[in-house]
Design a protein around this ligand. Structure first.
Ligand SMILES: Cc1cc2nc3c(=O)[nH]c(=O)nc-3n(C[C@H](O)[C@H](O)[C@H](O)COP(=O)(O)OP(=O)(O)OC[C@H]3O[C@@H](n4cnc5c(N)ncnc54)[C@H](O)[C@@H]3O)c2cc1C
Length: 386
């Protein structure tokens, strides 16, 4: 792989830098953020790698890398406000949706008009997602859904849900799963928020009581929802596997090391802490380069697969390490709560340390990533339990 950029690509970098200098929000007011989104969207830099005929940028790999690098370097707000829509719902609709579905959903996702949530996990189906039971029967031109989902992030603020249901049984548990796109205000849907250990409520239980969904809201074929899910999960893992937020955390960690003390000297001068910071830095860089592998595949139109699990796993490990190191550097203050007023960076590191389940468990646990890497990348025998 050649990591040098061509003169055209460097010209694109200059264009991105000039754009950021002109339009990056100064204070982050809602109005400024809306204008920023509009401007980025006008450039077709939201959905940059999506095909032009659905409103994406049709961008190439090197340009995508440059765009992300420059946005991260300048600490610019993320490209687009509809996270799940952009990260995996949109790509799944582009891959499996009908023309009508593409026209209905893709422009709104690119415009960041509303949030999507993801209804995969159930109380007894998490790691073993193919065992979903949420019942779905066909009744004329509609499906009727009855069952429960759990851990559904941002369900309470979402307008649509991408939902996995069981329409039948087949030879394997992967058969008979169907994927539906359902408006959250449909009669029969109840959302019950769950509080997490940092006190926030960002996920929920979602109950379905004879919820009627038009057949045209099915994504992909009936009974073939597993294929759609595998693709969406790979996109989810590739977005979780992004390095931008890790790079920002590392930068914050370095600043914290400069202003903290260890044994009476700046923590940044402590050899142990320096070694740990360097180790985190090196692994983020390895993740970035590995990320280019699956970006290359995506942009060549090849399906992204098991390789995203490597970065998902590494990110989980790094996020935990970053949280622990940040609290350690705070010494005895590390045990104080985020809102105590006596902790640095307005309690950001306390929240970071308590929010680890989001990146460690969300999108699949480390054990599951290891199974995927073992079986699908290293070709080891299948887990007899799975
Ligand atoms: C913050 C957060 C946000 C989330 N958001 C969403 C969302 O928006 N939508 C959604 O659908 N889900 C969401 N989830 C759910 C998440 O995907 C599941 O929690 C996850 O897949 C694990 O499933 P589980 O909780 O049922 O645990 P289980 O599957 O019961 O696992 C329990 C333990 O057993 C281990 N284990 C299970 N099977 C194996 C195996 N075969 N080999 C080795 N070890 C195994 C696991 O690694 C884990 O340690 C979210 C979770 C969190 C924490």
């Amino acid at each position: 792989m050649d990591f040098d950029f061509t003169p055209e690509e460097e010209a694109f970098r200059a264009e991105v830098q000039a754009f950021i200098a002109e339009h990056k929000p100064k204070k982050g007011t809602p109005q400024e953020m809306a204008t920023w989104h509009e401007k980025v969207r006008e450039k077709r830099w939201v959905g940059f790698s999506w095909p032009k005929d659905v409103g994406g940028g049709g961008g190439g790999i090197a340009q995508q890398v440059i765009l992300k690098e420059e946005m991260a370097k300048a600490k610019a707000p993320s490209l687009g406000t509809c996270f799940m829509g952009l990260a995996w719902v949109g790509p799944s609709i582009i891959e499996y949706g009908t023309e009508e579905q593409k026209q209905q959903f893709i422009p709104d996702i690119l415009d960041g008009k509303y949030h999507w949530c993801t209804g995969y996990s159930e109380p007894d189906s998490g790691s073993d997602l193919a065992s979903v039971k949420c019942k779905c029967e066909r009744d004329g031109d509609e499906y009727v859904v009855t069952g429960q989902k759990i851990w559904t992030s941002i369900a309470m603020w979402s307008k649509w849900i991408i939902l996995l249901v069981r329409t039948g049984q087949g030879e394997s548990k992967h058969d008979g799963i169907t994927c539906l796109l359902v408006p959250m205000d449909t009669q029969g849907i109840t959302v019950r928020p769950i509080q997490n250990m940092s006190g926030g409520t960002m996920f929920a239980e979602v109950f379905f009581d004879e919820v009627r969904v038009p057949v045209e809201n099915r994504l992909g074929e009936e009974g073939q929802g597993w294929k759609v899910t595998i693709s969406a999960l790979a996109h989810e893992r590739s977005s979780i596997a992004e390095v931008t937020s890790l790079q920002r955390s590392l930068e914050g960690l370095r600043e914290l090391a400069r202003k903290s003390t260890k044994n009476g000297a700046p923590a940044a001068e402590d050899r142990g802490i320096r070694r740990r910071l360097a180790s985190i830095d090196a692994r983020i860089e390895a993740m970035r380069l590995n990320g280019m592998r699956f970006l290359t595949k995506q942009l060549k139109g090849e399906p992204v697969g098991a390789e995203t699990s490597v970065n998902k796993l590494t990110r989980a490990e790094l996020e935990v390490e970053i949280g622990e190191l940040a609290l350690e550097m705070q010494g005895s203050q590390g045990v104080l709560g985020a809102g105590s007023g006596a902790v640095p960076d307005r309690g950001k590191w306390q929240n970071h340390a308590l929010n680890w389940p989001e990146v460690v468990i969300g999108g699949g646990t480390p054990n599951i990533q290891k199974n995927i890497i073992a079986e699908r990348i290293l070709g080891l025998p299948k887990d007899p339990e799975a």
